[in-house]
Design a protein around this ligand. Structure first.
Ligand SMILES: [Ca+2]
Ligand SMILES: [Ca+2]
Ligand SMILES: [Ca+2]
Length: 599
């Protein structure tokens, strides 16, 4: 009990260090008192509440491991293209645990535009490790669960941050000739007007071979839409990324800096002929390191990915299939109920109900689910906040005839930027005399405005996501031997029945795992000679054990008095138990000896 006040003091110190300007010093004396008071619904302080340099984040990870009484171990799962360490945190309540338990894996930082996801992932590890009971009952959860957190899966991209346009943010390594013109990175998007940001351009003088395609949206001329030909509208400009067309080929920014997009370099729905997806799947060392980690950690019960994609705010489509007709593009129909239920848990835990579309072909999450059969859930970390109501002078009657925005979601982002964020979210369109394109306007969304939440919200986001991870862990499949019955049906002949149960809330394996044999079935292997086996199979396989369901397997074997029969129980997770049936078992039932991992 001596350590608890120390932890509180240390966290208070860290909070002050992270937010030096906040006049919150008077709150400090109340910190020790709160240890005895009931938890307040306030997000506990965190050392991951602010976007910092990669080096500073790594330093915080090391500090977390050092201050956790051995509950957090910092390991490396590999090295990035540029030679940076890819860290993994292992969080457990029992560092010397001998019997393996299922683990939840959290992966974040796959590209450079969702760095807050890395902070949230590390912050969740911190919450579990330091048992911030205001947020979650971490001890209960960790008793039956370990947590793996890979907060920055793509450190090279993370280090670059928002310096590159979002579409290219996750690229690593040497340049690729994106447009196959024999030159590499010859016309990357760039900051043409020198405002420090690569934004968008509206080209006003469009040539006939690259005609205008968009008009400004009357509801808010900062936004654009396709012209309505039926109303005689003519397109006024084309929209393109800020750049120069340095090679004069008519395209702007067509050959971006950088090589492989890590989160498009995984095998499922890998785009073979795209410029940035790698020459072969898992070519990027970052992708290979993640895949290796998954392969060598078969006990993962669920994977939670924080970044570009979402599969929780909205349940993924379960009907679309690829051209073979066999592989689901998103999820298998039989896994729909699972995703709906976990999605509801997520929305209840985080309050996040909105999501943006994002490409998922070749992504880590798509591969984890489709090829490895793992229940894999994606979160975009936060959602667009609701804008404050419009000011008084814009009364509803004035707006009755006002045109409706074509893209309501973008309009709502703008409203939030204008009314609540001092307009920081959008760079107004400004005329610019472009050296190769003539008259243009440069402006658009401020980089990261819609992907990175304000730092002030991070502690609360960490609390919400930690709550979801705790809920997710509570949902995992819990397959175990419920009882072992042994009965002597004739002298020297024993009938053995092993009852199995899944008293968790997830199926033993996803439907996807069964479809593609990604995960072995549960196997029960009787270790008896073939002539001692009077009935039953040497090995029995159980493909499916849904939540709340049971399975029962029986054998009849010859067993001499004072001898024993062993049955190996091999779970899909790679764990195994041993069932022992001897003379005592006839009275008390067989014993289950926890084995370990088979890996
Ligand atoms: Ca090129
Ligand atoms: Ca610029
Ligand atoms: Ca060009």
């Amino acid at each position: 009990m001596m350590t608890a006040p120390l932890v509180v003091l240390q966290l208070a110190f860290l909070q002050d260090a992270a937010v030096p300007a906040q006049p919150q010093a008077p709150a400090q004396p109340s910190a020790p008192a709160s240890a005895t008071e009931p938890a307040k619904p306030v997000a506990p302080p965190t050392r991951f509440g602010e976007l910092v340099s990669l080096e500073a984040l790594e330093q915080s990870l090391r500090q977390l491991a050092a201050s956790s009484d051995g509950k957090v171990t910092l390991a490396s799962i590999g090295t990035s293209t540029a030679g940076r360490t890819i860290h993994a945190l292992h969080v457990t309540s029992q560092p010397k645990r001998k019997v393996p338990v299922p683990a939840v894996l959290i992966v974040a930082g796959l590209d450079g535009w969702h760095r807050s996801g890395s902070l949230v992932a590390a912050g969740v590890a911190e919450r579990f490790a330091l048992e911030q009971r205001a947020a979650i009952d971490a001890r209960t959860v960790l008793d039956g669960l370990d947590l793996w957190v890979i907060p920055v899966a793509n450190p090279d991209a993370w280090a670059l941050g928002l310096a590159r346009p979002q579409d290219h943010a996750g690229r690593v390594g040497a340049g690729i000739d994106d447009d196959r013109d024999g030159r590499v990175d010859e016309d990357a998007p760039r900051d043409v007007n020198g405002d420090g940001v690569i934004a968008m351009m509206r080209r006003l003088d469009c040539p006939s071979d690259a005609p205008a395609t968009r008009v400004a949206d009357a509801a808010d001329p900062r936004l654009d839409r396709a012209p309505d030909g039926a109303k005689g509208e003519l397109a006024a400009f084309s929209l393109m990324i800020e750049g120069l067309d340095q090679d004069g080929d008519g395209s702007v920014g067509e050959d971006a800096i950088g090589g492989i997009t890590v989160d498009a370099n995984f095998p499922h729905l890998w785009r073979e002929f795209a410029a940035d997806t790698g020459r072969f799947p898992l070519e990027a060392p970052e992708a290979k390191a993640l895949a290796e980690f998954i392969r060598t950690h078969p006990g993962l019960g669920a994977v939670y990915v924080l970044g570009r994609q979402d599969s929780l705010a909205r349940t993924p489509n379960h009907e679309r299939r690829d051209i073979t007709g066999r592989t689901p593009v998103f999820i298998d129909g039989d896994d729909k109920a699972l995703y709906e239920r976990i999605g509801k848990l997520y929305r209840d835990s985080t309050g996040i109900e909105r999501a943006r579309d994002a490409a998922h072909e070749g992504s880590f999450a798509a591969w984890c689910y489709a090829h490895r059969g793992l229940p894999t859930f994606c979160s975009q970390v936060w959602q667009r906040p609701d804008p404050s109501p419009p000011p008084e002078d814009k009364k509803p009657e004035d707006k009755k005839d006002a045109p409706k925005p074509n893209d309501e979601e973008s309009a709502a982002w703008l409203a939030w930027s204008d009314r609540d964020q001092g307009g920081r979210g959008f760079l107004p369109w400004k005329p610019f005399d472009h050296p190769t394109l003539g008259k243009v306007e440069i402006g658009g969304w401020a980089p990261g405005f819609r992907t990175e939440p304000p730092s002030a919200t991070l502690p609360e986001l960490i609390t919400k996501h930690a709550g979801f991870v705790a809920a997710l862990a509570g949902e995992s499949a819990r397959v175990r031997v419920e009882r072992v019955k042994a009965r002597e049906i004739a002298p020297g002949v024993t009938e053995i029945t092993v009852d199995l149960v899944n008293d968790g809330r997830m199926p033993m394996t996803t439907s996807m795992a069964r479809t593609n044999d990604a995960v072995p079935p549960l196997r029960l292997r009787a270790k008896v000679s073939i002539d001692a086996l009077l009935s039953g199979d040497v090995e029995r396989r159980i493909e499916r054990l849904d939540p709340g369901s049971r399975a029962s397997v029986s054998w009849t074997v010859r067993r001499a008095p004072k001898s024993h029969v062993e049955i190996g129980v091999h779970y899909p997770s790679g764990r195994f138990d041993r069932v022992m049936v001897d003379d005592d078992a006839l009275l008390y039932g067989g014993r289950v000896l926890e084995g370990g991992w088979e890996w």
